[in-house]
Design a protein around this ligand. Structure first.
Ligand SMILES: [Zn+2]
Length: 223
């Protein structure tokens, strides 16, 4: 049986906020990826039940990337350690960096972030239709996260990397350190900027797939 890492207990309140994007046929998707499709397979009228056939890309809406997305033969989403996506999150407002997020931008939040944290970055991309000019991490920001022992980076833009980038920031900076990646969080993140909260974000359990839509919930912490 797989061993799971035990974390120190943290008390969380019953108050929570959903920071997941709603998946719908007309939602904004990453340029070049398919719009979600919901088609009736069985209907109440004909079959006495409703069953829907879903068609969607693995990176649709709020989702977790698996190493297989960028590493040949890398682990699929069914093998990512869930402990990277459950824990205390520092929420940072990066909406005024002008696109690229650097280590120097993250430095402004040094006092808020502790080793082992999840970083959640609000960039403002979640409030807009996606183009190709969304905010992204420069390698210095990924290195900043590595140096501080960050276990996961979540962002409200469609990718942690610049559109069309061939720098493979994840391969060089995130993957060797097993840093989890969550993309496309929703704009509710904005109201919690500057706070520490408890995140639970769990991917669909899809065998060998390179990413999976995920539900992300932020809880208030009591201590
Ligand atoms: Zn992705």
């Amino acid at each position: 049986m797989a061993k799971t890492r035990r974390q120190k207990a943290t008390e969380i309140s019953g108050t929570f906020t959903d920071i997941t994007q709603l998946i719908s046929p007309d939602m904004s998707v990453y340029p070049g990826e398919p719009q979600p499709k919901f088609e009736p397979l069985y209907t109440m009228e004909k079959d006495k039940v409703n069953v829907t056939k879903l068609t969607l890309g693995s990176h649709t809406g709020t989702h977790i990337d698996a190493p297989r997305h960028f590493l040949p033969g890398g682990d699929g989403i069914d093998r990512v350690p869930l402990c990277n996506f459950i824990g205390i999150a520092a929420i940072l407002d990066m909406s005024r960096t002008g696109g690229e997020i650097t280590g120097a931008d993250l430095d402004a939040y040094s006092a808020l972030v502790r080793p082992g944290d999840i970083l959640l970055l609000y960039t403002g991309a979640s409030g807009r239709q996606f183009g190709t000019d969304f905010s992204y991490l420069e390698p210095s920001a990924a290195q900043w996260a590595v140096d501080r022992g960050i276990k996961c980076i979540g962002i409200d833009s469609p990718s942690v990397e610049k559109y069309g980038s061939k720098k493979a920031l994840r391969t060089r900076n995130c993957c060797p350190y097993n840093i989890g990646i969550i993309e496309n969080l929703n704009s509710n993140l904005k109201e919690f900027a500057g706070r520490r909260m408890f995140l639970v974000c769990l991917p669909l359990f899809l065998e060998g797939v390179d990413a999976a839509p995920s539900r992300a919930i932020l809880f208030d912490m009591l201590q």
